[in-house]
Design a protein around this ligand. Sequence first.
Ligand SMILES: [Fe+2]
Length: 431
Amino acid sequence: MTDTIRPSEGSPTGHLTGFGNEHSSEAVAGALPLGRNSPQRAPLGLYAEQLSGTSFTEPRATNRRSWLYRIRPSAAHPPFRRIGNGGLRGAPFAEAEPDPNRMRWNPLPEPPAGTDFVAGLWTLGGNGDARHRTGMAVHLYGANASMTDRVFGDADGELLIVPERGALLLRTELGVLRAGPGHVALIPRGVRFRVELPDGTARGYVCENHGAPFELPDLGPIGANGLAAARDFHAPAAAYEEAAGPVEVVNKYCGNLWAATYDHSPLDVVAWHGNHVPYVYDLRRFNVLGSISFDHPDPSIFTVLTAPAADFVVFAPRWLVGEDTFRPPYFHRNVMSEYMGLIEGAYDAKADGFVPGGGSLHSMMSAHGPDRETFERASAADLVPRKVDDGLAFMFETPWPIAVTAQASEAPFRQRGYDEVWQGLNPHFPS
Ligand SMILES: [Fe+2]
């Protein structure tokens, strides 16, 4: 397949900024119709196509759709056929009995040579039902080959991709984005994309959100600024391929993978406008807020993006200054379920065992918090202002229990002795 992506990729000027904006972009001057969406003849002989991410009648504030002006309509394809799911599993997750135990895993093992992003997806668990557009799924990925002549789209939900190792070049219908460790990429439901690996290998995490799309959280008393700024989300400028030749379009549909062989690249959108668009966001831009007196707020203060089915929370470098305060995350049990991952370094509530590329799951009402070593150290620490800047951890938090897949429950890289980190927390009463 001949690659003719344009314009120049990776250019800062090739991005559009602002989360939730009505963006517009054209790779060729005059490709975008003015004043209407579907003229009798679209400019430059292009086909007009609407891609809706929400129902037509969704209230204006939450309505998502984009108009695409493409060389050939997406409708021009032969039937989709079922292909193997590999390590992907779909909601509802009913293959293993829901397990209230706390769980932790080491990173995915290296995949076989020639594994691309789609083949490298491996489902840990989730909740809800993709057929009812409820709930979420936690996937991991490990890949060592770029996708070639293959494009992926997820009808079941949007994909929040969290690279941990290796950059991803995301060639989407709406243009090209690059996301490396420390960035997140958000691919809306149904948007097709191909993943190339500039570093040769890649590993990371994916939150698949089956429900209403992620939004920036309301700020309430925080005011007009703080946390993630809308202007730091970058959408791509239009870029297109004119490649002829067979391209396998893989569609995740109601939990399973299907594929159709197009006779051209479906990444042939020359111009577009709308708000159903992919983004990248640099987590280092997150404006971390916290206590400047005592205690610390609930971790929801670190929410980057929120949706009914999932919140994405980042534990970014920050100062701890609380007086008479146990500074690491406190012991807690909560109705929400928490999957945590580590992008780099260490996390301040776990002395060891929680490693980059690995993850932990604390499902509904399971008791967790700092391990013994962290508790003892933090209880005796001299409470001078201290910067926590030795790691970047994140959490996918969801209101409903996360059921793990059989492969996650039985994985040889699951840490069977995880409960032991809370052993030795002996009584100190009476002190
Ligand atoms: Fe927690």
